[in-house]
Ligand binder design. Sequence first.
Ligand code: FAD
Ligand code: NAP
Length: 491
Amino acid sequence: MAKRVAIIGAGVSGLAAIRCCLEEGLEPTCFERSDDMGGLWKFSEHAEEGRASIYRSVFTNSSKEMMCFPDFPYPDDYPNYLHHSKLQEYLRAFAHTKSLLGHIRFETLVTSVKKCPGFLVTGQWTVVTEKDGKQESTVFDAVMICSGHHVYPNLPTDSFPGLEQLQGNYLHSRDYKGPEAFRGKRVLVIGLGNSGSDIAVELSRLAAQVIISTRSGSWVMGRVWDDGYPWDMVPLRKEPVFNDELPSRILCGTVSIKPGVKKFTETSAVFEDGTVFEAIDSVIFATGYGYAYPFLDDSIIKSRNNEVTLYKGIFPPQLEKSTLAVIGLVQSLGAAIPTADLQARWAAKVFANSCTLPTTNEMMDDIDEKMGKKLKWFGQSHTLQTDYVTYMDELGSFIGAKPNIPWLFLTDPRLALEVFFGPCSPYQFRLMGPGKWEGARNAILTQWNRTLRPTRTRAVGEAQQPHHYYNLLKMLSFPLLLLAVWLTFYS
Ligand SMILES: Cc1cc2nc3c(=O)[nH]c(=O)nc-3n(C[C@H](O)[C@H](O)[C@H](O)COP(=O)(O)OP(=O)(O)OC[C@H]3O[C@@H](n4cnc5c(N)ncnc54)[C@H](O)[C@@H]3O)c2cc1C
Ligand SMILES: NC(=O)c1ccc[n+]([C@@H]2O[C@H](COP(=O)([O-])OP(=O)(O)OC[C@H]3O[C@@H](n4cnc5c(N)ncnc54)[C@H](OP(=O)(O)O)[C@@H]3O)[C@@H](O)[C@H]2O)c1
């Protein structure tokens, strides 16, 4: 009999999980508390309890070629960066094409996930759900947690002395939907992440004045890179904030940047540099999110010092049986969709016993080693941060789906050049090995066409592509020079 897998949440991660379970011959049942799939990309006019909430104007900051399911490219004419409604349209098409919707139970909240009494032997879980006020308890062979990590607002009011006496109102970016209510107002936005910068720029067109307060600053860059290409299709390895308009709004003075807030008075904010923003109407805390799994015993995911201890960001290493996986919790410069797809493929294989995990000690050692590096590279507040390409290669190698570059150079040099020097696009991880997609080669070779297509209004000769081959020439020039010197002197 097929193993039964409970999947919690039908966002991007949940859809990936259902699909990968089906590929492995498992029997998935996905529970979704809301009435639709898509997770945070399903916009609603008001923040809903327990579900991520976005503002009306959100566009992705990952480009379409980098943010797709690896065997499901976006239609050619989709823009490179997508409004949330367009992404939701794509997710719906994916769910429909892969026949996933029939496996989702909507308006069903998972309230508890507990080990069954015989867990040491069976690895089974009792999952309690609630629908229309009725509770139901079901035993599953495995569980995939796909409930998202942009749900619970980080609202650090205690760190802001005097906030309680401020006459203006304050809210978290989670509750921000659009700028209308702020027309003519003086608004302080705290935090310079993507939410803070998007919101400040949007407000700057209607509000009287917008100030962003940032305690540690951010690198701000545009979505558009050299020659008009999307930033994530060219090599880059740092965690920036993406905003095409913020620099110009700052130059026009409608947005100003200040350091951290020292204290609030009844009407103003005093910043660390002693400057003051007077007559504040509203404060928006764009201070990010914390994550929580209220249906699960905390110690399973945070098995030590209240830190997330998950092997490769997915498996709790201390569990006696590897029958629980968290999908979508890591954060990287890469896009969520291909990451969730690869995570779910590996997890499904572990559940199906076609992959095994190392021992608890080996997994803990790996977690410690990775944590040390993360603290060094990304700092204390970014411990979910992971290097995208390294992570994807690692997961790919666990399931035999990492592209074999030397083999490709021998058998298909044109493709090899694009894989090695081109963007690390999702199709690469369905190019070979189990789960291979026959269309992957063509998708890789045509990825630049799909990128350019929506930007073209008329044909003006051959489109330029980024110069990967120049990179190849640059790399080869040194060994060639050495060879020439060697031949000159020793032959
Ligand atoms: C504003 C914003 C913009 C972003 N832009 C990008 C981007 O451009 N590119 C990118 O790659 N990533 C982006 N992200 C990251 C984003 O988190 C991922 O893209 C991805 O959508 C996360 O999907 P998920 O399925 O893991 O979580 P979610 O989308 O949050 O879905 C979780 C689902 O689980 C359900 N659920 C939760 N608890 C329960 C329960 N107890 N019982 C039943 N159902 C439950 C929820 O209702 C929800 O539908 C952005 C995030 C935000 C906040
Ligand atoms: N257009 C888009 O695609 C888009 C839009 C919005 C969000 N997102 C994504 O959604 C996720 C969440 O983004 P986010 O911007 O909401 O959160 P975020 O990236 O976590 O940024 C939070 C900001 O708040 C600051 N902050 C946190 N605690 C603070 C405190 N106590 N005092 C002062 N400042 C504090 C942080 O400063 P420090 O850096 O100093 O900690 C940081 O600047 C990210 O993955 C982001 O990429 C994407």
